[in-house]
Design a protein around this ligand. Structure first.
Ligand code: UD2
Length: 314
């Protein structure tokens, strides 16, 4: 066994991919309340222990942190839907913000030898600030409870490094996609929804895709394997201490172009229904990834390459 890891939200899309990868050689504990994640995302592997519980459960978190000595902690648990945060700001605040502060205090108390806490923040912190690409030092304009909580939590996480010497870093995810992303919520990642519709069409079921807006909005879609590379680098590099990093590819594609890419890859024509633009939708988003590249990161998957690998795995 090399190291001991705690991954909160470890049964979700990003967390389970990370947990499965790390548990090949390390010991991993996953805490997840299965609100979005699924236990079957996790490999059955004796190095991997799953705890069904919420990061807001202080007694549970105290038990986990006082009874184990972790080398690394990835805090990925969150309500990932921006729309949910607008509808239920108090509840999402408990999960997206308060759990982070509680975790930081428990780490300060029980995890003196922690090599790194990596917190998952979001491109949402930039809001609709039009200057592109978004740099870590760009203007921050969090527009929703989700974005405010992510930004505040990220700042606390980095302040715990400056104030108390806790080894922390944060990542700002752009639009992550890949196998095991749950397409069931209307606010699931658009690529998971698209792949679900294409699969239905291939099975000769009736399916169409609701396109919000005219499809000219663009996103920096980053494949899960690049995201895992980024998380491991941010956790291990000394230079990442006390800093936040954009995680993207550095290029964006419009939704119309994305649909063309998949149509072509599968030789299928998606039936698209145009709907009005989603409230609060951002027009364009693309990451400046120079800071992450400074740690040795290289984006290995353009959206064409990532989609090819994703579709082949389905
Ligand atoms: C992403 C994050 C979100 C937050 C936000 C910050 C995901 C899943 N969500 O939201 O958590 O960090 O960035 O800016 O990564 N769309 C359709 N039809 C659908 C679903 C989506 O047209 O059925 C459109 C949607 O209106 C948007 C684009 O596709 O213009 C991408 O939507 P998304 O939900 O995948 O991601 P985004 O960028 O809104």
């Amino acid at each position: 066994m090399l190291y001991k890891y705690l991954i909160t939200g470890g049964a979700g899309f990003i967390g389970s991919t990370l947990a499965n990868h790390l548990s090949k050689e390390n010991s991993v504990i996953v805490v997840d309340d299965l609100s979005m994640g699924k236990e079957e995302n996790l490999d059955s592997n004796s190095n991997l222990k799953f705890i069904n519980g919420s990061v807001t459960d202080e007694a549970l978190m105290e038990e986990v942190l006082s009874n184990n000595t972790f080398d690394y902690i990835f805090h990925l648990a969150a309500i990932a839907s921006v729309a949910d945060s607008v509808e239920r700001p108090v509840e999402t605040h408990q999960i997206n913000f308060e759990s982070v502060l509680m975790l930081l205090e428990l780490i300060r108390k029980y995890q003196k030898d922690l090599k790194r806490l990596v917190f998952s923040s979001s491109a949402a912190v930039y809001g609709d600030e039009p200057t592109l690409p978004k740099k870590e030092e760009s203007v921050i304009r969090p527009l929703t409870p989700y974005a405010v909580d992510k930004f505040a939590a990220e700042q606390y996480v980095l302040d715990y490094n400056h104030l108390y010497g806790v080894n922390t870093s944060a990542v700002r995810f752009f639009n992550v996609y890949g196998p095991n992303q749950n397409p069931e919520s209307p606010y699931s990642g658009v690529i998971s929804i698209l792949v679900d519709r294409y699969k239905k069409i291939q099975n000769e079921e009736n399916a169409s895709f609701m396109l919000f807006g005219d499809g000219s909005q663009s996103r920096d879609f980053v494949f899960i394997e690049d995201v895992i590379q980024a998380l491991l680098l941010v956790a291990s590099e000394e230079d990442a201490l006390g800093k936040q990093f954009n995680v993207g590819t550095g290029s964006a594609i419009t939704l119309n172009e994305l649909i063309e890419v998949i149509d072509e890859a599968l030789g299928v024509r998606l039936s698209v229904k145009n709907e009005s633009e989603r409230e609060g939708d951002i027009k364009d988003s693309v990451a400046d990834i120079s800071r992450l590249k400074g740690l040795g990161y290289k984006s290995n998957f353009s959206v064409q390459e990532g989609m090819k690998k994703y579709l082949e795995s389905e």
